[in-house]
Design a protein around this ligand. Structure first.
Ligand code: HEC
Length: 242
């Protein structure tokens, strides 16, 4: 009798301890993923703010160079987070600088398209910038980033089982808006934290993802019929547990 009672208390204590520790550990990974999310979104915003310039058929050299992007991103990121990417510190600082480097490379790779004259829409849109940045960063760092949605356009962004499950949770009407969803799990024999940062449709997204549903947008894809504020997708992270 006494023994099984003791055993129960002991296993309860172990459980509480485990949850406590997991909670603490995932907080650091969440912080890292949150900063990386902000930096991806900052780069995307700079691309978005310059769509008219990029798609200008009158102009050859647009001046939308990797250095130009970096200058704008550094300024905006400092404004929104207080972090100066020119003076990075700690592990997160290294990751952020690596991500900025990748964003610059994505713009460098697109220079010949961006600087084409006599061509309007070029397909160098914010979503493509995000996917290329995520793919490049994932291929060379231990952290995987993916831009995904339930109603995906590009098969490369197709959600996996975890992401599908997470969308189910995030899409629930009572789920707090903007709250990241995360789970710790084993992957290839190692512990990882998977975190999804939800993205919601803004006005600027609706020319492609809005109404009328099924109509073609400027990219040649079919509009999804989203309304402002709808869950549009997520940035999905796989981070080795520390
Ligand atoms: C110019 C049209 C256009 C606009 C504006 C646009 N998107 Fe997209 N979006 C696309 C295309 C095309 C893709 C597929 C890109 C690729 O090749 O990966 C895409 C991909 C995505 C994805 C990844 C999953 C998928 O569908 O493949 C998400 C999430 C997404 N968009 C959300 C948004 C949000 C949020 C906004 C506004 C902040 C936005 N989009 C603005 C055209 C657009």
């Amino acid at each position: 009798m006494t023994k099984s009672w003791l055993a129960r208390v002991a296993s309860l204590l172990v459980l509480i301890l485990l949850f406590g520790v997991t909670g603490m550990v995932t907080a650091t990974e969440e912080k890292t993923a949150e900063l990386l999310t902000k930096l991806v979104q900052t780069g995307r915003k700079v691309v978005s703010d310059h769509q008219a310039l990029i798609n200008d058929p009158e102009k050859g050299d647009k001046g939308f160079t990797p250095e130009f992007l970096a200058e704008k991103v550094i300024a905006e990121f400092q404004k929104s987070t207080g972090i100066d990417l020119r003076k990075p510190s700690g592990e997160d600082g290294k990751l952020l600088v690596a991500l900025l480097e990748v964003e610059k490379e994505v713009v460098a790779d697109a220079q010949s398209v961006i600087n084409r004259q006599d061509m309007g829409f070029k397909g160098f849109i914010p979503a493509v910038f995000v996917r290329k940045t995520a793919e490049k960063f994932s291929s060379r760092s231990g952290i995987k980033i993916k831009f995904t949605a339930i109603d995906f356009r590009n098969a490369r962004n197709k959600p996996d089982d975890f992401e599908r499950k997470a969308f189910g949770v995030i899409a629930a009407p009572n789920y707090p808006k903007g709250k990241p969803y995360q789970e710790a799990m084993p992957l290839d024999g190692k512990a990882v934290i998977r975190i999804m940062f939800p993205e919601y449709a803004a006005k600027s997204c609706l020319s492609c993802h809005g109404d009328p549903k099924g109509e073609f947008d400027i990219t040649g894809g079919k509009k999804e019929g989203q309304k402002e504020g709808d869950l549009a997708g997520a940035l999905s992270f796989t981070i080795p547990a520390k």
